[in-house]
Ligand binder design. Structure first.
Ligand SMILES: Nc1ncnc2c1ncn2[C@@H]1O[C@H](COP(=O)(O)OP(=O)(O)OP(=O)(O)O)[C@@H](O)[C@H]1O
Ligand SMILES: [Mg+2]
Length: 387
């Protein structure tokens, strides 16, 4: 089966042999498969029955707050930790019995871990020397790796003669030089200042395009995960909460944790209070109607919670017509200048307050506490989930 070429779904082989089941075809595209992995450290359950399929060539992020198990999962994939139960498949076969250097993985650690007494070139060459690769080939590969991270000519420097960003690039070069099929990156940009971090994010994306391997990237920064990733797994307390594209995870959070962790949202608890034929309706929040589209299975009277992102809420002066979406009248409590945007808190009455973030275009009217306003949002903008 090793050399079998996967066929696009729905095609038949020329030999007329029946097509393999779709799940088998899909399996050829999976680089790393995490199957029911649990990891306990004493009484701490760092991972709890995690399941995840990461596709070949994907830029995949593990995102979650400190202590949720990101590093533990990455270390299990890299072979630096053994799961308490469950299985790990790399390129279709169990890798649990393989030592780290036997796996097609390479890890860039959370805290650099370069050898300070060696030069840049010696650091990068280290793994190849352990594998007894011939010297001329090592020299060539080190040069290639330095060029990839845009540090050609730095080979003879000592590690302590490099900036933080350069060190991170050397740490990546040291991993890349081994031609890993899967590159494991544990918060590689965590220690960098914002400007450098943004630059390095672009560098990493470029490297990913240039190399074409699978990147598994750990971060606790949701903005970073959103801008960098093909797909994201959001984790909390050892459990995978949601897997999806940045857009899916941001726009359609699967539960309250994801909704709270990604961006800033207004939250309301209420009950489904009415539904029209077109699927829109209202959630009663403290007796006040919150207009929104409803999930198809939401029954009248069901307890739900509603999440509505600050940036989806629009505040305009009172009397301005609606735009076919929700429009409620309220009173401004506060307006805050946030640099690139303006944040407004508006009292809607029984429902409570609602917060709106609007891009600072320089053309908005200033609003003062007590101003009467109209608050608007699209009927598809809110997420409604069972309470
Ligand atoms: N070697 C260990 N011994 C005991 N407990 C551990 C060990 N490694 C991790 N843990 C615990 O497992 C949980 C998950 O840790 P992990 O390092 O995977 O979190 P993380 O998501 O990477 O966090 P951070 O964002 O802070 O790096 C934590 O509660 C941690 O204290
Ligand atoms: Mg960590």
């Amino acid at each position: 089966m090793a050399d079998a070429v996967p066929l696009p779904a729905g095609r038949t082989q020329e030999t007329g042999v029946p097509l393999a089941a779709p799940s088998i075809l899909a399996e050829a595209e999976i680089s790393v498969s995490i199957r029911g992995i649990t990891k306990s450290f004493g009484s701490t359950r760092a991972l709890d029955a995690a399941n995840l399929d990461i596709r070949r060539g994907e830029f995949f992020s593990l995102l979650g707050p400190s202590g949720c198990g990101k590093t533990t999962l990455l270390r299990i994939i890299g072979g630096f930790e053994t799961p308490t139960s469950g299985d790990l498949l790399i390129a279709g076969r169990s890798a649990l019995g393989d030592l780290p250097y036997r796996r097609r993985t390479n890890m860039v650690f959370q805290h650099g871990a370069l050898f300070p007494h060696l030069t840049v070139a010696q650091n990068i060459a280290f793994g190849l020397e352990m594998k007894r690769v011939p010297r001329p080939e090592i020299a060539r590969k080190v040069e290639e790796a330095l060029a990839l991270v845009r540090l050609s000519g730095y080979g003879d420097r000592k590690i302590d003669q490099l900036s933080g960003g350069q060190r991170q690039r050397i740490a990546m070069a040291r991993a890349l030089v081994n031609d890993p099929e899967v590159l494991l990156l544990d918060e590689p940009l965590g220690a960098l200042d914002l400007q450098l971090r943004l630059q390095m994010q672009e560098e990493l994306r470029r490297l990913h395009r240039a190399i074409g391997g699978t990147f598994i990237f750990v971060t606790h920064d949701q903005g970073e995960a959103i801008t960098m990733s093909d797909r994201i797994a959001v984790m909390n307390a050892g459990r995978i909460q949601q897997v999806g594209t940045p857009r899916e995870v941001y726009e359609r959070p699967a539960n309250r944790f994801v909704a709270e962790f990604m961006g800033h949202s207004n939250f309301y608890d209420g009950t489904v209070a009415g539904r029209k034929a077109d699927g829109t309706g209202a959630v009663a929040v403290n007796g006040q109607a919150f207009p929104t589209r409803l999930p198809p299975d939401a029954m009248l009277g069901a307890k739900v919670f509603v999440a509505l992102r600050y940036e989806k809420v629009d505040v305009v002066p009172e009397g301005r017509p609606g735009e076919g979406g929700a429009a409620l009248d309220g009173t401004v409590e506060e307006e805050s200048y946030m640099g690139s945007f303006v944040r407004r808190r508006v009292n809607l009455g029984p429902m409570g307050t609602i917060v709106s973030d609007a891009a600072n275009t320089g053309r908005q009217e200033t609003m003062r506490p007590g101003d009467r306003v109209r608050v608007r949002w699209g009927l598809d903008s809110a997420t409604v989930l069972p309470a």
